[in-house]
Design a protein around this ligand. Structure first.
Ligand code: GRF
Length: 201
C-alpha cells in the first residue's frame, strides 16, 4: 500500500477528500502522517480525528529553511513515506525536501497552470477576466507551481462570480481530482516523460 505523507498549513479540505477516498476504498493508499507548519491548522485536527498521526513542526525552532526541511524529510522518512502530497502547504520547497523525495512530491493549485501561479490565484484569474479557470495537480519542482502537470479540471467563470464563489466551485473539483491522481500514482500508472505526464490505462 502506497504510504502518503501530507503537508498542510490550513483548513485541510483536500486532506479530508483524501481521507474520505481512502475510507471509501477509492484510494488504495495509507495516509501515514500529516505535517503542518501551523500549530492551529485544522488539517492537524482532521488527521487526529481519523487516527492519523499529526505533527506540528515549528520553523522557528530551526536555524534556516534547509534545516527545517531536513526535519520534515526526516519525519516523513521515519514513517516510510513514499509520496508527499502538498495540500495547502504555504511554503515554497527548497532542494532539501525535493531531493529527499525526487519525483515523489505532488501539489494541487487552484488555477489552470501555467496561468496564475502563486497566491490568490482565483481572485487574479477573475480580475484578469478569464472565462475558464480550474485546478491543476502537478509534480513539484523548485519553481513556484511549475512542475509537470498530471491532471487538470476546468471550471467556467459565471456572471456575478466573486473570488469566493469561484474558489468554492474550484474546490469541489480539487476534491475530485486530487484523490484520483493519488490513486493513479498508487496504481503505478503515472509516467513522467520530460515535461509530459502520461497516465497508463
Ligand atoms: C486549495 O485551494 C489548494 O488548491 C491550494 O490551497 C488550498 C488548500 O485548501 N494549494 P485546503 O487546505 O485543502 O482546504
Amino acid at each position: 500500500m502506497l504510504k502518503i505523507g501530507v503537508l498542510a498549513s490550513g483548513r485541510g479540505s483536500n486532506l479530508q477528500a483524501m481521507i474520505d477516498a481512502v475510507g471509501k476504498g477509492e484510494l488504495p493508499a495509507q495516509i501515514s502522517v500529516v505535517i503542518s507548519d501551523q500549530v492551529g491548522a485544522l488539517a492537524l485536527e482532521r488527521a487526529r480525528s481519523h487516527g492519523i498521526d499529526a505533527r506540528f513542526i515549528n520553523s522557528k525552532e530551526y536555524r534556516d529553511k534547509a534545516e527545517y526541511e531536513r526535519q520534515i524529510a526526516n519525519c516523513l522518512q521515519s514513517y516510510g513515506v513514499e509520496l508527499v502530497a502538498l495540500a495547502g502547504y504555504m511554503r515554497l520547497l527548497t532542494t532539501e525536501l525535493i531531493n529527499a523525495f525526487p519525483g515523489r512530491i505532488v501539489n494541487i493549485h487552484p488555477s489552470l497552470l501555467p496561468a496564475f501561479p502563486g497566491l490568490e490565484a482565483q481572485r487574479r484569474a477573475l480580475e484578469y477576466g478569464v472565462k475558464y479557470s480550474g485546478c491543476t495537480v502537478h509534480f513539484v519542482e523548485l519553481g513556484m507551481d511549475t512542475g509537470p502537470i498530471i491532471a487538470q479540471a476546468v471550471v467556467a467563470v459565471e456572471e456575478g462570480d466573486t473570488a469566493e464563489t469561484l474558489a468554492e466551485r474550484i474546490l469541489v473539483c480539487e476534491h475530485q481530482i486530487y484523490p484520483r491522481v493519488l490513486r493513479w500514482i498508487a496504481e503505478g500508472r503515472v509516467q513522467l516523460d520530460g515535461r509530459r505526464v502520461h497516465i497508463k490505462r
